[in-house]
Design a protein around this ligand. Structure first.
Ligand SMILES: NC(=O)c1ccc[n+]([C@@H]2O[C@H](COP(=O)([O-])OP(=O)(O)OC[C@H]3O[C@@H](n4cnc5c(N)ncnc54)[C@H](O)[C@@H]3O)[C@@H](O)[C@H]2O)c1
Length: 422
C-alpha cells in the first residue's frame, strides 16, 4: 500500500514480516482487542492527534492500531535508540497507515529528530515511556503546550521525572501515570521484564546461568522479577539495594544481600534495575573478575558508568552482537551488553505480548479517560482510576478462562462492619 503518512523507517520492504509478527502478538492481547472493537464502534478519540513515544515493538503496534480505531490521528517515535523492531516500524507505515519515526540503532541526534517529528504532529495527547516527548514540549516547544489536553506515562523513571516537574510547578498539563496501575507494574515490570531480561542476556551471550553468581541491583518491581527468573535458571542471586525495606524483603525472599562494593568482587553477571545513576561505578569495575558480564534493564543507559569503563579499558572490541569486550591493563575482560541500554528490548524482543496486553489496555483507557475529563484534570500526575485498573484485571482473568469467587452478602456485610468479633 502506498502510504501518505510522514515516516522515517529503515526499509518499507520489511513490512510483510512486521505484519505477521504484529498479528502474532495480537493473538495474545485479547483485552486490547476488546477495547479496539469498542473504540471502533464508539470513536472516543475522534478528532484528537496523539504523539506516542514508545518502544516500537509488535505490542506497541497493536496499541497504535487501537488508538487509530478509536478515531485518533497517531504518530509514533521510538523511546529508545536500540529498541525499535524495523519490520514493525515498516508495517505501521505501509500496512496500517500510521506515521512512524524509528530506526534500530539510530544515533542520539536522529533519536531526538524523531521526537521532534512526532511533536510536529501538533498533538493533543502525548503518550510517553520515559517522558521524552513531554521533555521536548516543556523545553524546545513550549509554544505547543497550550494545545495539549493531557499525557500518559508508561514507566517508573518517567513517572519520577514527571512528579519532580509537578513538585516544581513546571508541569504544564495533566499526566496519567500508567505505570502506577497495578495491572501494569505488578505484571509488566515484574514478570514481563523479569523474563525478557533473562532472555536478552542469554540471547546476547548464550551463557549458562546455572551455578553463576547473578547480581541484581535494585529490588523494585523489575529487580524482583529478574531475581526470581535468574534463580529459576539455577543462578545464585545476590541483591544490592539502598532501601532497607526492600533489602529486607530480598533477604527474606531467600537472596543474599550485599553492598555493590562486595558483590562486584564475586559476581559473574550483573544486571542493574534501579532507575538510578552509576549504580555500577568505576570502583566496582576495578575489582570485578575477569569475564564479568554487565547488563542494564532500567530505563536509561546511565545505571552503569560506561564512560568510566571506557576510560579504564586498554582495548575495546565487539565480541559478539550486543556484547562489547573491554580489556583492562591487568588483562581482565569485562563485557557490556547492548551499550548499557535496556537489555530486554535491545538484545531480545521485550515483554511478551500477554503482559503488554494489560499495560496497553491501561494506555488506551487512560487516553479515553483523559479526553473525557479534559476540563477537570489539573496540571498534576494522576494515577489510573481504580475502576479502570480493576476492570482490566477482571477482563484479563476472563480472557484467560479463570473464574474467581464473589463475596456473599453476609461476607460483604462482615467485612464492612466493626462490631463482630470471635
Ligand atoms: N526493561 C524494561 O522493559 C522496563 C520495564 C519496566 C520498568 N523499567 C525501568 O526499570 C527501572 C526500575 O523500575 P521499577 O518499577 O523496578 O522501580 P522501583 O522504584 O520499584 O525499584 C527501583 C529500586 O531500585 C532501588 N535503588 C535505587 N538506587 C539504587 C542503588 N544505587 N543501588 C541499589 N538499589 C537502588 C530502589 O530502592 C528501588 O527499590 C526504572 O528505570 C523503570 O523505568 C524497565
Amino acid at each position: 500500500m502506498a502510504t501518505t503518512k510522514r515516516h522515517d523507517v529503515k526499509d518499507l520492504a520489511l513490512a510483510p514480516e512486521g505484519v505477521r509478527r504484529i498479528e502474532w502478538a495480537d493473538r495474545q492481547m485479547p483485552v486490547l482487542q476488546s477495547i479496539r472493537d469498542r473504540f471502533e464502534r464508539e470513536q472516543p478519540l475522534a478528532g484528537y492527534r496523539v504523539a506516542a513515544c514508545l518502544h516500537v515493538t509488535t505490542e506497541t503496534a497493536n496499541l497504535m492500531r487501537t488508538l487509530k480505531a478509536g478515531g485518533a490521528d497517531v504518530v509514533l517515535c521510538a523511546s529508545n535508540p536500540l529498541s525499535t523492531q524495523d519490520d514493525v516500524a515498516a508495517a505501521l507505515v505501509d500496512e496500517f497507515d500510521i506515521s512512524c519515526f524509528a530506526i534500530k540503532g539510530e544515533d542520539n541526534e536522529t533519536y531526538y529528530q524523531h521526537i521532534e517529528a512526532a511533536v510536529d504532529h501538533k498533538p493533543h495527547l502525548t503518550m510517553d515511556d520515559g517522558a521524552d516527548v513531554i521533555g521536548v514540549l516543556h523545553s524546545a516547544r513550549r509554544e505547543q503546550l497550550g494545545e495539549i489536553i493531557a499525557g500518559t506515562e508508561e514507566t517508573t523513571t518517567g513517572v519520577i521525572r514527571l512528579k519532580a516537574m509537578e513538585a516544581d510547578g513546571a508541569l504544564a498539563f495533566p499526566v496519567i501515570a500508567v505505570n502506577e496501575a497495578k495491572t501494569k507494574h505488578l505484571f509488566d515490570n515484574r514478570y514481563g521484564t523479569g523474563q525478557s531480561t533473562i532472555d536478552g542476556i542469554i540471547r546476547a551471550t548464550n551463557v549458562l546461568l546455572a551455578g553463576k553468581r547473578f547480581v541484581v541491583a535494585g529490588y523494585g518491581w523489575v529487580g524482583r522479577g529478574v531475581a526470581l527468573r535468574a534463580r529459576g535458571m539455577g543462578a545464585h542471586v545476590i541483591v544490592t539495594e539502598v532501601d532497607p525495606m526492600r533489602a529486607l524483603e530480598a533477604l527474606m525472599d531467600g537472596y543474599e544481600v550485599l553492598p555493590m562494593a562486595d558483590a562486584a568482587k564475586i559476581g559473574d553477571i550483573f544486571c542493574t534495575a534501579t532507575g538510578d545513576k552509576h549504580v555500577i561505578a568505576r570502583e566496582h569495575v576495578e575489582v570485578m573478575k575477569d569475564g564479568s558480564i554487565l547488563a542494564n534493564t532500567g530505563h536509561f543507559n546511565v545505571e552503569i558508568d560506561i564512560p568510566a569503563i571506557r576510560g579504564l579499558a586498554e582495548e575495546t572490541r565487539e565480541a559478539r552482537q550486543f556484547v562489547e569486550e573491554f580489556t583492562m591493563s591487568d588483562g581482565r575482560r569485562i563485557y557490556l551488553l547492548a551499550e548499557g541500554r535496556l537489555v530486554n528490548i535491545s538484545a531480545a524482543e521485550g515483554h511478551p505480548a500477554i503482559v503488554m496486553d494489560m499495560s496497553f489496555a491501561n494506555q488506551s483507557l487512560a487516553a479515553e479517560y483523559a479526553v473525557q475529563n479534559a476540563g477537570t484534570l489539573e496540571r498534576k500526575v494522576y494515577p489510573v482510576p481504580q475502576a479502570i485498573d480493576e476492570e482490566i484485571a477482571r477482563l484479563k482473568l476472563a480472557t484467560m478462562g479463570i473464574d474467581i469467587d464473589q463475596l456473599t452478602e453476609e461476607q460483604a456485610k462482615y467485612l464492612a462492619s466493626w462490631d463482630e468479633g470471635t
